[in-house]
Design a protein around this ligand. Structure first.
Ligand code: SAM
Length: 450
């Protein structure tokens, strides 16, 4: 146990966080936010902490594979295993930290957290690793198992990605998952425009570029958006570029009555709201099944000064019939609950937690939501169905099954903005995390024709 007078270093905090994520199912991003908020860390310590936590989780299967020959048959505590994985991660992936420093720091941590026996055990294993080196992946006979270990993605997901995209694309996708995610921002067009925001960011010394993917997006190359005046004033908000395409495809008009059926925390509700005008009768009704998330939508709307057109209600979208008459909305967004594989870069542990059966269970809910909401769109209106996953079970399969049961709808080609190359075979749009450095995302446009 730590002596409370000792300051917790970035490595100590990383180890604590890893234990929580790897063994108690904590979410890495929430855990990190909490630790960063609680401990007054210098910038470089914060960066090291984030790098270690994300890095070890991203490469978990690889690190376990490398560690296994050195701990074979030995029973070790979870935190000691996490400490050893963290050391291997630094030896292999962090060029800037010399091996001797990693070894010293790891042994110090072992002593701080454990007893003399553990210190000796960790010291012996680290010295052996440095002496003997790490096992080559070529020793793994099966190609899928090798890809699973090398890219640290469960074997079932490797197989599924090969089935859906082919081997070459699978490799591109899984390689991209361990790259840092783009930091993008959306311009709140209710308050400002891209030119004005660009001027402010330039003056604040932030490096940014135009988005290739979405119209009102900028991508930050360097710096922190949350400290800018534009963020504090609600002129910009943090949102992934690809996720902006759902609302950009709704073809909204200021007077529209809009339903956002799965809305919390409200990222897309506020994007919709920015297009509406209360004086013209515009309004977005935002539903979420979880009551505690409703206030997230409300505070988001307030922060971006669009609360005049937002009404948030806790309601299961499968029960919309209880509250709304048929054909009450000009446009509907179903940003469905999904497996979230498009977000692996931001939540690297997702890949280990889900199974293919989860996608099929979600498909059932997605179809139930679509079927319940369908009568609420006016004739000629569009239901935009989107997810942040890249598996067809929750995307094209859902759309095709819905269309098979609803002849009153047709699939319209989802528009791509700006410079996206458009060689799609399908009218739906799937953006892979390997395409533009954004999150993976799926958008489809279902027009009611009868
Ligand atoms: C992908 S998230 C939505 C993200 C949101 N559109 C945004 O841009 O910030 C899906 C949301 O659907 C909600 N949800 C899940 N099942 C639902 C249901 N049956 N009815 C309404 N909301 C549901 C979840 O609580 C979750 O907040």
């Amino acid at each position: 146990m730590t002596n409370s007078s000792q300051k917790k270093t970035a490595r100590y905090l990383a180890l604590e966080s890893l234990e929580k994520v790897l063994t108690s199912g904590a979410y890495s991003n929430l855990q990190l936010n909490q630790v960063i908020e609680k401990n007054n860390l210098a910038d470089n310590d914060r960066r090291l902490l984030t790098n270690l936590v994300y890095g070890v989780i991203q490469h978990r299967l690889t690190l376990e594979y490398w560690l296994e020959p050195f701990t074979k048959g030995k029973k070790i505590d979870d935190w000691v295993k996490a400490l050893l994985m963290m050391a291997i991660y630094q030896y292999h992936y962090l060029d800037k930290v010399p091996d001797w420093a990693v070894t010293d720091e790891s042994i110090k941590l072992a002593k701080q957290r454990g007893h003399e026996g553990i210190r000796k055990f960790v010291t012996a294993i680290l010295h052996r690793i440095l002496r003997e080196g790490l096992t080559d992946f070529n020793q793994i006979a099966s190609e899928t198992t090798r890809a699973s270990i090398e890219y640290s993605v469960p074997e079932w997901l490797i197989t599924e990605l090969i089935n859906q995209y082919g081997t070459e694309k699978m490799i591109e996708i899984v390689q991209s998952l361990n790259q840092p995610a783009n930091q993008s921002l959306r311009i709140n067009t209710r308050l400002t425009d891209k030119e004005e925001v660009s001027r402010q960011l330039y003056e604040a010394d932030l490096d940014f570029r135009d988005s290739q993917v979405a119209e009102n997006a900028l991508v930050l190359e360097h710096g922190v958006i949350a400290n800018t005046e534009a963020f504090k004033n609600g002129e910009i908000t943090i949102q992934d570029e690809s996720s902006m395409l759902a609302v950009e495809n709704m073809h909204l008009q200021p007077s529209f009555r809009v339903l956002d059926a799965c809305a919390a925390p409200g990222g897309k509700t506020v994007q919709i709201a920015a297009e509406l005008d209360a004086d013209a009768g515009g309004k977005v009704t935002a539903l979420d099944i979880h009551q505690h998330k409703i206030k997230l939508i409300e505070s988001n709307a307030k922060r971006l000064a669009v609360n005049d057109v937002v009404k948030a209600i806790d309601l299961d979208a499968r029960k919309v019939d209880e509250k709304f008459t048929d054909e009450s909305f000009d446009a509907i967004l179903i940003d469905a609950p999904c497996s979230g594989f498009g977000l692996i870069r931001r939540k690297p542990e997702i890949r280990y937690e889900k199974r293919l059966s989860d996608s099929y269970n979600l498909q059932k809910i997605q179809l139930e939501i679509l079927a319940a909401v369908a009568p609420k769109i006016k004739k000629n209106g569009i239901i935009t169905y989107s997810t942040c996953t890249i598996l067809r079970q929750e995307n094209d399969d859902v759309v095709n099954q819905f269309l098979a049961n609803h002849p009153e709808f047709t699939l319209e080609r989802t528009q791509t903005n700006l410079n996206l190359k458009d060689d799609r075979q399908s009218d739906t749009l799937t953006i892979l995390p390997s395409d533009y450095g954004s999150d993976g995302f799926f958008v489809s446009s279902l027009r009611r024709t009868m």
